[in-house]
Design a protein around this ligand. Structure first.
Ligand code: BEZ
Length: 247
């Protein structure tokens, strides 16, 4: 029985068949298991901005990696246009955006022209889209439905709407998965980036529907004495539910 580490190192590199073509094993057993705190699987892939090594692309920034079912589809067009318009907001938070579908670079580039025509209000499209035609990334990040997992080997698959927020240490910090029929909420993606970065910086947690500037929660692991020293005033609703304002 191969150890999980050895299995992972085997899928990290593509295998090459007798015709010299790269292929990947898409076995369920060898698939990485992505959890909050896992290292984001690395990959080298073609994108609309050239070939990238994903970890090098992230560098010392945060990243949001998100997949789309297919090029030239209506919901995806609205999503990519909206994310592109919000690029300055992501830049301000030190976050690099990168999209994905399993079609090629030429198709993506043609589609970007449409996105710029109808969904970016005349702005240039702002970030790379991965051409995951080998489906390596879709497999490593499990961006497929139960049925399409079985089809990975056989042809084009439509990825679901996955979102991965990855920190500069390349750790997975948050995941979301939406079906093809439901477009994502760009404000929610920005909101969770704000919440994650604030939690890292200030050692707080954020309550339901929190947005920037609202009261935050003092984690139960912080004693009242430490909370006073760290945050000054705070409001105790229950011994385990304490709110404070950040300045
Ligand atoms: C869309 O992006 O519009 C879409 C893609 C696949 C299925 C349904 C909608």
């Amino acid at each position: 029985m191969l150890s999980r580490t050895l299995l992972r190192s085997r899928i990290a590199a593509p295998r090459v068949n007798s015709l010299g073509l790269r292929f990947y094993s898409f076995s369920q057993e060898e698939q990485p298991r992505i959890r909050i705190g896992s290292t984001a699987p690395n990959f080298e892939v073609n994108t609309t901005q050239g070939k990238i090594d994903f970890h090098e692309y992230i560098g010392d920034k945060w990243a949001v990696l998100f997949s789309h079912p297919a090029d030239f589809t209506p919901v995806c067009t609205t999503e990519l246009g909206a994310f592109s318009k919000l690029k300055p907001e992501f830049d301000a938070r030190g976050v690099k955006l990168i999209g994905l579908s399993t079609e090629g670079v030429d198709s993506h580039n043609q589609w970007i022209k449409d996105i710029e025509e109808v969904a970016t209000e005349g702005e240039k499209f702002g970030f790379p889209i991965i051409a995951d035609s080998t489906k390596e990334v879709a497999y490593k990040y499990d961006m497929v439905t139960e049925d399409d997992f079985k089809n990975l080997k056989s042809g084009m698959v439509a990825t679901v709407r996955s979102v991965f927020v990855i920190d500069p240490a390349k750790k997975i910090r948050l995941t979301m998965t939406y079906p093809a029929s439901t477009g994502r909420n760009t404000s929610e993606v920005l909101r969770v980036v704000d919440a994650l970065q604030l939690a890292d910086k200030r050692g707080i947690a954020t309550p339901v529907d929190w947005t920037e500037g609202q009261d935050v929660i003092i984690p139960p692991t912080v004693s009242n004495e430490d909370a006073k020293a760290k945050f000054g005033d705070f409001k105790t609703v229950k011994p385990y539910l304490r709110y404070t304002k950040l300045n």
